[in-house]
Design a protein around this ligand. Structure first.
Ligand code: ADP
Ligand code: MG
Length: 594
């Protein structure tokens, strides 16, 4: 049997480095976080050979006290927390006192720093277990950390480094993520002596939006709305994409908690939920969002890289994000809806979902009783509600209250052409009517949709003992959702009643989805989600199909309904329902100077 021995400090640090310093980019993340914690307003980053030769980061922050320089590089040495109480409410990005020790154990590191009213000092270590010597140096107020030959003494690690370009791309992404959160800090990034990025400090909303445009693309900010909300010390602000600007991947989703970028299941769920009703399945929203929360309400000490957090009250945070985002989306009424200008549609790196490139598929939905469809197909047959002719004679230039303007005709029985003060409005009749009916159905059903209907034959579902316990503890909760369930064994339940609207769904999958929601969030949205699917299909059947001739009166009535309907900027598959061509845009198309 081998005997137990205590690891020497260097080896212990190198082991810790395995977690914290995966590659040059993770090293840079730690170093920039230190600059931000020191309140720097300017951070200059210089990289050589994708970071494997040199990483040099200089800031103008508060600096390290000369007496602390010797200890700054040792493990478990930090100025950010002193006791357990501090750990419970960390307000800085760092707190583990690990980064400098880990990085210096796998590189040749020099730390030069100067605090207000003192001269500068420097310490240097070469990846050996030595006590660093503190020497005088020249440096303005602030700190420079120089990391040379990363992984020079851990060859296995060094082999894992990818091509310069790949490593640099990772670094670029890390800097971008941090630059998105620290608007008031000026960042420069040089690679092999060449200035590659300069993110100027943003001091106003316009400058912030410019920075976002340079980081996430102009198309994003052009198709995003700004949101802001606060409840009981919980704050959210940021930018979320309009449903008509969605992505095929979840690659433009940035979420920060107290300035720290995080990946979090609860937040993802809340965002998916908020968009589920306005985005076509398989598409992803884009957002840059910042949550401000009392540091005591969130545990950041979950993972060495600090990418994960744990909320003390995750339900509260979930519901707050969900509600704020959903409300903001449903309040995008016609006035703020997107101007889908021709130039924006062709923007290459982003996909504004347009009629042209959208693959239309009927949503998958459970079958519904044919009577219900009949009932709503009647809606389709009837012309849209009547229109008051008194409003018909209007001076378009003066009329501001009807942003969608007034119908001037119909194109191919598919599109309504309307005129408003800005120019031409083109409306996809079917898509628009579908959303109008869908929102109405949702409102109608909201009150009585949960009324339970007994199943002729109860459905037995086999579950794990744990799952059966979960159900047993929540029988009343399920009953309130219209699900009457009885426990018939240690590993099985019987479903006796389900909400009227959800006949003929896959009950086993349904129950499992609900249980997985409950274990993550404490409650489930599956029922609402499925009901919305059913209602969406009904709306689709009930709406005016393309190819139907409408009178000007009917067209105007539909325009007025759209103006008064939530989410009317897109149909319930996320396709836009209308677009605007302004007079200046038309002039441009016809090369007409004004
Ligand atoms: P942590 O950030 O978790 O405290 P680090 O190993 O990253 O641990 O840094 C150790 C300490 O060195 C920090 O607590 C801080 O006091 C100091 N430090 C590191 N970088 C800087 C910097 N750029 N400016 C000022 N102080 C710094
Ligand atoms: Mg740190």
């Amino acid at each position: 049997m081998s005997r137990i021995k205590k690891l020497d400090t260097l080896l212990a640090n190198q082991i810790a480095a395995g977690e914290v310093v995966e590659r040059p980019a993770s090293c840079i993340k730690e170093l920039i976080e230190n600059c931000l914690d020191a309140n720097a307003k300017r951070i200059d980053i210089e990289i050589e050979d994708g970071g494997s030769k040199l990483i040099k980061i200089r800031d103008n922050g508060s600096g390290v006290h000369p007496d602390d320089l010797g200890v700054a590089l040792s493990r478990h040495a930090t100025s950010k927390i002193y006791n357990f109480d501090d750990l419970e409410k960390v307000a800085t990005l760092g707190f583990r006192g690990e980064a400098l020790a880990s990085i210096s154990s796998v590189s040749r590191l020099t730390l030069t720093s100067c605090v207000e009213g003192s001269i500068a000092f420097q310490v240097a270590v070469q990846g050996v277990d030595q006590k660093p010597e503190v020497m005088p140096a020249a440096h303005p107020k602030g700190t420079t950390v120089e990391v040379r030959d990363l992984f020079f003494n851990t060859p296995a690690r060094r082999k894992f480094l990818r091509k310069q370009k790949t490593e640099f791309d990772h670094i670029d992404e890390v800097v971008k993520r941090i630059a998105l959160s620290a608007f008031d800090v000026d960042f420069t990034l040089k690679h092999n002596q060449k200035l590659v990025r300069h993110y100027k400090a943003a001091k106003s909303l316009i400058e912030e939006e410019q920075r976002i445009a340079s980081l996430c693309g102009k198309a994003f900010i052009d198709h995003a709305i700004k949101i802001e909300s606060e409840i009981a010390g919980l704050k959210i602000h940021g930018w979320i994409s309009l449903p008509t600007f969605s992505r095929s991947q979840a690659d433009l989703q940035y979420f920060y908690i107290n300035g720290r970028i995080v990946k979090d299941k609860v937040i993802n769920h809340a965002m998916r939920q908020a968009y589920h009703d306005v985005l076509y399945g398989g598409r992803f929203p884009a957002y840059v969002l910042f949550i401000g929360i009392d540091p005591g309400q969130v545990d950041v000490n979950v993972h060495p890289t600090k990418h994960e957090v744990r909320f003390r009250e995750s339900r509260l945070v979930h519901d707050f994000i969900f509600k704020t985002v959903k409300d903001s989306l449903s309040h995008i009424k016609v006035k703020e809806a997107p101007t889908v200008s021709l130039t924006k549609i062709v923007e290459p790196e982003f996909e504004a979902v347009t009629q042209n490139n959208f693959v239309y598929k009927e949503p998958e939905a459970p079958k519904i009783y044919s009577q219900q469809i009949d009932q709503y197909e009647k809606l389709a047959a009837a012309p849209p509600p009547s229109y008051e002719p008194a409003e018909e004679v209007v001076n378009v230039e003066k009329e501001q209250s009807h942003p969608l303007g007034y119908a001037i005709g119909q194109l191919r029985n598919i599109y309504i052409l309307a005129e408003n003060a800005d120019g031409l409005i083109v409306v996809d009749m079917h898509a628009a009517h579908e959303r109008v009916i869908y929102e109405k159905l949702k409102a109608d059903f909201a009150s009585d949709s949960l009324c339970a209907q007994p199943l002729l034959v109860p459905v037995t579902v086999s579950l794990s003992v744990h799952e059966v316990n979960m159900v047993e503890e929540r029988l009343q909760y399920f009953a309130d959702l219209g699900l009457k369930i009885s426990i018939i064994g240690q590993e099985s339940i019987a479903i006796r009643e389900i909400p009227a609207l959800l006949r003929e769904i896959d009950l086993v999958k349904f129950i499992q989805d609900i249980l997985s929601d409950i274990s993550l969030m404490g409650e489930s949205f599956q029922i609402e989600k499925l009901q919305h699917k059913v209602l969406g299909t009904m709306a689709c059947h009930a709406s005016v199909r393309a190819q139907r001739k409408m009178t000007i009166l009917e067209m105007n009535a539909l325009l007025r309904q759209m103006e008064n309907t939530s989410n009317s900027g897109q149909c319930n598959h996320g396709r836009p329902t209308w677009l605007k061509l302004t007079l200046p845009e038309l002039d441009k198309l016809f090369l007409r100077g004004r």
